[in-house]
Design a protein around this ligand. Structure first.
Ligand code: PMP
Length: 403
């Protein structure tokens, strides 16, 4: 089916107490965790009556649940263009740590220091590249670093869309460069997949989280090539990952089995797959909704003297529905607290688990009277956002700037 209207989220209109009454919650924090889609809620409710452990049960409910779990895996595989392996994890952090443990001994890893900590930190002995001044610099720096890697396996790790500024990274070009230098590329797609289709066919590994994709917490994905995953030690040791246990252990050859020891999060996988299927049926509708709201938000912020939108590569650079900004003379934490307490608006403030990037973007210049010199405010939109939320944020910021 093809969607003709924006998929609806659960909990829209949640009343928030403000002085003198209540207002419907304006959730401008989709990038942290997105609200659940109605279609996702329905899929979970449908799966609940046949709730039983997967893979090892002969009982009817076990068979139904096993089918639901494996169908979810195939839905995710389709969503990504058919990668060899689709391993369910807890979230993006878990997926990238799994991959970090699965790279062959001696792999040279290259990563930009502007990344989210989930992408930056899991690797042993990674070469860290400075925050690139332009997309072209990102390509040149990656190429030079990969060229200088010692012989042996190489991996470039990069985020598809920044969780701080929303800016899109030149993933296809970076993949081409990586492959030209005999390297693989792993892409943190946590902030891309809620907003844009991702064809992972040109990429070696992709990681993302269900809770940013309009599904509940607790399920994520590592997808990609099977060989390293097949050869690596299991991420967790235990039941399901082992194919034979006697005096020794033979680990399952299948990468999904090998790295999914223990009872998996079946309902999380079902939910995540329902979100994938819903978005895949309506990318045009989703993209148009976000394009319109983002334009409204960016234009409104640009009109507010004292509000500075942050950007790595310029405000014209394409981005998903995430904007980070500072307000002259006001600490980000104080602004975020006022937006919540006085206007029922949810934004995030801080360093967004990307300390080097936020330090680079804000420096010490967040304005006088600002105690937190290297933090910012982030507003992020998605399917739960309506025009009124954006307008309320802009009016509230205008009042804060005036006050
Ligand atoms: N990468 C990016 C780009 C993110 O935005 C986030 C979440 N803020 C993560 C990784 C980590 O995701 P999770 O907390 O779900 O593991």
């Amino acid at each position: 089916s093809v969607l003709t209207r924006v998929p609806q989220v659960v909990g829209a209109g949640l009343p928030v107490p403000v002085p003198g009454g209540s207002v419907p919650y304006a959730n401008l924090d989709h990038a942290a965790s997105a609200p659940c889609l109605e279609a996702v809620q329905e899929a979970v409710v449908r799966a609940l009556p046949a709730y039983s452990s997967v893979h090892r049960g002969a009982g009817y409910a076990s068979q139904v649940t096993t089918r639901a779990y494996e169908t979810a895996r195939e839905t995710v595989r389709d969503f990504l263009g058919g990668p060899e392996a689709v391993v369910f994890t807890r979230n993006t952090t878990d997926a990238l740590n799994l991959l970090a443990g699965a790279v062959p001994e001696g792999t040279s890893v290259v990563v930009f220091e502007s990344e989210h900590h989930a992408t930056l930190l899991p690797w042993r002995n990674a070469v860290r590249l400075p925050v690139p001044a332009s997309p072209g610099a990102a390509l040149a720096d990656a190429e030079q670093a990969l060229r200088q890697c010692p012989a042996g396996p190489r991996l470039l790790v990069v985020t598809a869309a920044s969780n701080v500024t929303g800016e899109l990274w030149p993933i296809a070009e970076l993949a081409e460069i990586a492959h030209r230098h005999g390297a693989r590329i792993a892409v943190d797609a946590a902030q891309l997949v809620p907003h844009r289709p991702l064809d992972a066919r040109g990429l070696d590994y992709v990681a993302f989280s269900g809770h940013k994709l309009y599904a509940p917490f607790g399920a994520g994905v590592l997808a990609g090539r099977a060989d390293w995953l097949r050869a690596a030690d299991p991420y967790l040791r235990g039941g399901g990952a082992s194919s034979h246990v006697g005096d020794g252990v033979r680990w399952a050859a299948d990468p999904e089995q090998r790295h999914e020891a223990g009872t998996p999060n079946v309902l999380g996988a079902v939910a995540l797959a329902a979100a994938c299927a819903t978005l895949a049926a309506g990318w045009d509708t989703v993209a148009e909704h976000e394009r319109r709201l983002l334009e409204r938000l960016q234009a409104g912020l640009a009109d507010l003297p004292g509000v500075r939108e942050l950007s790595l590569w310029g405000l014209e650079h394409p981005r998903v529905g995430i904007v980070a900004f500072t307000v002259d003379g006001h600490a980000p934490r104080a602004v975020a607290e006022r937006l919540s307490a006085e206007h029922g608006i949810g934004v995030r403030d801080g360093r967004f688990c990307a300390h080097p990037l936020v330090r680079h973007l804000v420096g010490g210049a967040a304005g006088e009277g600002c105690a937190e010199g290297d933090t910012a405010i982030r507003a992020s939109i998605g399917l739960g956002t309506v025009d009124e939320h954006v307008d309320r944020l802009l009016e509230a910021l205008a009042a804060i700037c005036d006050g």
